[in-house]
Design a binder for this molecule. Structure first.
Ligand code: GTP
Length: 598
């Protein structure tokens, strides 16, 4: 009976179309939070999310809604991120839901991630409720967007809710549609327990806290549970829901979304995608989990202080629990010492991980420039995967190199098609097709090397289309390319962490840029430091960091000791995120300099 009154849904959209604001309105309209507690983007609980105004993590909350028919419904709402780098969060949350609210901006219409996310929802067989948001904007054209949703996505939008999350318009109608259109969960309360873990987080008091969707059966405190893939067994200490604060419950049953704590200390025991069952009465099989995510880029993470290596490993393990798309393994660098080669879904993801490690785990890190994974074919036909440029074998030993390509879809107004094509061409793109979405906008499709997309493609795309273009891409495979490795030498010594791989045609230019950039970034010493870029043994460009004779503190030797201490302290702070490589101090910025194409 209670099950009939449950609705599980996820909210998906292109970035900035208003998902988080709609979630806020739903929390308000259902009195889940008091007016005093209410704040914008309530579900974006991380400081980082609030500061940047983006959703990084999904969040599941329970709200209670009294419908027009007089009955009370339990909604489990999952807010999801919009950015491509976090699409893994979206796909995991969709697997836990029965329906999806698709938010489309009334002024912008269907964008690249609208398509990507709606296809994920369709793949998961979810009922889709379109919502046309921001109808208050002067540029809003809800009827055109309605037609576009029908033509481009191919779903019925005749009853799409017209909303302004900002002004609170359309929210009552949306709540009613959730009740009438999204199906109640099906699942057998009396069957053996099967609960899908779709997210997790580490809590220093309760251990690993799992977010689950119970598909069959019941789970309660005291139950002995088993993780069907890892085989680990634990006793449940607490179950409950977030509303939005944690509220303990006596049990969670088939159809519920909630949290489970079981004093889990070993992070590897309970990975998202695993199924929980009951030890006394186990289910026969695990639920289908998630496809593991393949990282798009890899970079090296090194503690600035070598003695913090184990702390970094622990921090990465804990973070991995909260970010199922994070991957890492140990690596060593001659220049940087012991660290981890870490896989990310994109540069924003990399940035977020680095910042979370610094904020939540108090780590001080050096990150090396991100690289895609290359396939190097040796003369004897053997293929090696290279995700660290310094490990690329010498040119003489390699027969050919392949690099990953993506299939990119760029949605843009007609007027900017020329600019998009010019950019894609410059980034070694190969034109595929172009579809008209309506009379004013097109979807331009290209095959482009992933490495070009990852670096500055998106920024360039935005600036050359005055912000009007949106981009989505997926890996399509490997193609052979004319690639070479460029090594960087500081004071005559090769610095492995600065090596990078480029297309032959850009080698000369990129060599020149990197030596010029490093000259600006690396602090002077009291001797001259030559900076060289080399292909094999051949130096292709060079700059020189002039010697610096003055010691900042020497002048105030006789001065006030307090001032001297302060100055030294300031110098030390400035040195943060710096690594001594031989006799040269290399700041963090230097490792990212290869990303700067001009
Ligand atoms: P991500 O979480 O980063 O993917 O974005 P989002 O889709 O959650 O968008 P969010 O709710 O953060 O809204 C993006 C911006 O649009 C914010 O500045 C909101 O204030 C604004 N916004 C949301 N809804 C409306 C609306 O109905 N009208 C207007 N004018 N602005 C809105």
């Amino acid at each position: 009976e209670r099950q009939k009154h449950i609705r599980n849904f996820s909210i998906v959209a292109h970035i900035d179309h208003g998902k988080s604001t709609i979630s806020d309105r739903i929390l308000e309209a259902t009195h889940t939070v008091t007016e005093r507690e209410m704040q914008d983007q309530l579900l974006d609980t991380m400081d980082l999310e609030r500061e940047r105004g983006i959703t990084i993590k999904m969040n599941a909350v329970e709200v209670h809604y009294q419908a027009k028919n007089g009955e009370t419904y339990i909604f489990h709402l999952v807010d999801t991120p919009g950015h491509v780098d976090f699409s893994y969060e979206v796909s995991r949350s969709l697997a836990a839901a029965d329906g999806a609210i698709l938010v489309v901006d009334a002024a912008q219409g269907v964008e690249a991630q609208t398509l990507a996310n709606v296809y994920l929802a369709i793949e998961n067989d979810l009922e889709i409720l379109p919502v046309i948001n921001k109808i208050d904007l002067p540029a809003a054209d809800p009827e055109a967007v309605r037609t576009e949703i029908e033509d481009v996505i191919g779903i019925d939008a005749s009853e799409a809710v017209l909303a302004s999350a900002k002004k609170g318009i359309g929210i009552p109608e949306l709540l009613e549609q959730i009740v009438t259109k999204i199906p109640a969960p099906i699942g057998d309360l009396t069957a053996p327990l099967q609960a899908l873990i779709f997210d997790s987080a580490y809590d220093s008091y309760k251990g690993v806290i799992l977010t689950v969707r119970v598909k069959n059966g019941i789970i309660k405190a005291g139950d002995k549970i088993r993780f069907m893939n890892s085989g680990a067994e634990y006793e449940v200490t607490e179950v409950g829901v977030n509303s939005p604060h944690a509220i303990k419950r006596d049990y969670l049953m088939a159809g519920d979304i909630g949290y489970v704590a079981a004093s889990i200390k070993n992070i590897r025991d309970a990975r998202p995608g695993d199924t929980i069952t009951n030890v006394q009465r186990p289910a026969e099989e695990a639920l289908p989990g998630y496809q593991p995510m393949t990282p798009m880029v890899y970079s090296g993470l090194y503690p600035t202080d070598n003695s913090k290596y184990n702390d970094l490993r622990e921090a990465l393990e804990k973070l991995q629990l909260n970010d199922a798309s994070l991957e890492f393994e140990p690596e060593t660098s001659q220049a940087l010492g012991f660290g981890f080669r870490t896989g990310f879904l994109g540069l924003l993801h990399m940035d977020v991980i680095q910042e979370r490690l610094e904020r939540e785990f108090d780590m001080e890190l050096i990150t090396t420039a991100p690289s895609v994974t290359y396939h190097a074919y040796l003369a004897d036909g053997e293929m090696i995967e290279v995700d660290n440029p310094s490990e690329m074998p010498d040119a003489g030993k390699i027969k050919s190199i392949e690099e990953p390509y993506v299939y990119a879809q760029i949605i843009v107004p007609n007027d900017y098609v020329g600019a998009v094509m010019e950019l894609a061409q410059r980034k070694r793109g190969e034109f595929d097709t172009m579809d008209y979405l309506d009379t004013t906008r097109v979807n331009v499709k290209y095959h482009i090397p992933l490495s070009e997309i990852i670096f500055d493609f998106f920024d360039k795309l935005k600036s050359s289309t005055r912000g009007y273009a949106s981009l989505d891409y997926e890996i399509e495979g490997y193609r052979q390319s004319d690639l070479i490795k460029i090594d960087v030498l500081l004071n005559g010594d090769k610095v492995d962490a600065l090596s990078f791989i480029v297309h032959k045609d850009f080698a000369q230019e990129r060599g020149r840029i990197i030596t010029a950039k490093l000259k600006q970034i690396i602090p002077r010493r009291n001797f001259e430091i030559p900076v060289q870029a080399a292909v094999g043994a051949k130096i292709i460009s060079r700059s020189t960091i002039k010697a610096y004779r003055k010691d900042v503190t020497s002048k105030i030797h006789t001065g006030d000791p307090d001032r001297r201490a302060k100055l030294l302290d300031k110098q030390k702070k400035g040195k943060k995120r710096m690594k001594s490589v031989g006799t040269v101090d290399v700041p963090q910025e230097a490792f990212m300099a290869v990303l700067k194409a001009e």
